[in-house]
Design a protein around this ligand. Structure first.
Ligand SMILES: Nc1ncnc2c1ncn2[C@@H]1O[C@H](COP(=O)(O)OP(=O)(O)OP(=O)(O)O)[C@@H](O)[C@H]1O
Ligand SMILES: [Mg+2]
Length: 306
């Protein structure tokens, strides 16, 4: 069971309802089993980092979580409300469209490739979903959108088009857009992987600030510094299963499984954590997070649309 956030009082630890509770999730694409019985619990304010090799199922898990992908077995609860399914096995689908819409509205996703609408200004991008999906009044949405653009440090870019901005600015606009829906949780799929190291830092600062505000977040990342810095729980996925999970200091400082140790050997620039103090202390980071990071292609995956 995933622990409650470290600052939760004993009362909260026993009574709080998880924002997201996934139990026994199973997902296959045809004969290819991708998620093989995964449990993830995100308590309010908890930041969970999902790490693992390419193809281990991280993106698929996020996409099953916000119902962009159908899963064949297992339960997903959102704020205590179980997803209602119809059909079983390969034919299983969410059965209640209104519920799906409500859940998606409350789980804003930020993608590696930003996915801003190129024909809209930054401000229009941020305002679009609250106006069209939530049908909120324009003046209210605009005020919130401008405040969010200020918050992520691009208030002066409200009226430009995405193509006129750097990758880091575009990703911060995408985060502002996600926040403008006032979601219960944010799902990030490699939010910094398409960025050059300097631009990556701008985005990492924003994500850290959100973590500090007590936002509930699931973050898929190849950046172990980001995971160590912002997450209070790290999940290592291996071939569709949770191979190991725990607080970042332990996962990075004293990994138990041979596969996680192997993964951390292969990943460059792993945070340096004193193994002896790993159970209690926070991780001690050395160097900038993106040094020598393997650059990953910015690919737009199927379904990664705003
Ligand atoms: N739409 C799809 N159809 C068929 N197979 C898919 C599809 N999407 C993903 N897969 C397969 O599912 C497995 C898990 O993919 P997923 O994208 O979840 O991995 P990941 O851990 O996010 O990898 P990466 O770190 O490269 O992003 C892979 O073997 C992939 O080829
Ligand atoms: Mg992925």
């Amino acid at each position: 069971m995933t622990p409650a956030p470290p600052d939760a009082s004993p009362d909260e630890q026993t009574t709080a309802t998880p924002v997201i509770a996934i139990r026994g999730l199973y997902k296959a694409y045809g004969a290819l089993e991708v998620i093989k019985g995964v449990d993830v619990t995100a308590m309010p304010g908890q930041v969970i980092a999902l790490i693992g090799s390419s193809g281990s199922g991280k993106s698929t898990l996020l996409r099953c979580c916000n119902l962009l992908e159908d899963s064949q077995q297992g339960e997903i609860e959102f704020d205590g409300e179980p997803v209602r399914w119809r059909g079983t096995g390969a034919a299983r689908q969410p059965g209640d469209r209104a519920q799906v819409a409500r859940i998606r509205t409350n789980l804003s996703m930020v993608f590696q490739s930003f996915n801003l609408w190129s024909h809209m200004t930054v401000l229009q991008n941020v305002m679009e979903a609250p106006l069209t999906v939530l049908k909120q009044p324009r003046a209210e949405v605009e005020a919130r959108a401008r405040a969010l653009l200020d918050k992520v440090g691009i208030g002066d870019k409200a009226d430009v088009y995405p193509a006129q901005m750097s990758g880091g600015q575009q990703q911060r606009a995408a985060i502002a857009r996600a926040l403008c829906m006032e979601p219960r949780a944010l799902l990030f799929d490699e939010p910094t992987s398409a960025l050059d190291p300097e631009l990556e830092q701008e985005v990492i600062r924003v994500i850290k600030a959100l973590a500090g505000e007590g936002r509930t977040m699931l973050i898929v990342t190849h950046d172990m510094h980001l995971a160590a810095d912002v997450a209070d729980h790290v999940i290592f996925l291996h071939q569709g299963r949770i191979e190991e999970e725990g607080p970042p200091a332990r996962v990075f400082g004293a990994p138990r499984s041979a596969r996680l140790r192997q993964f951390l050997r292969v990943v460059e620039d792993v945070p340096e954590v004193e193994a002896a103090t790993a159970e209690s202390a926070g991780p001690r980071l050395t160097g900038p997070s993106a040094i020598d990071k393997k650059k990953r292609q910015s690919t737009t995956q199927q379904g990664d649309r705003p």
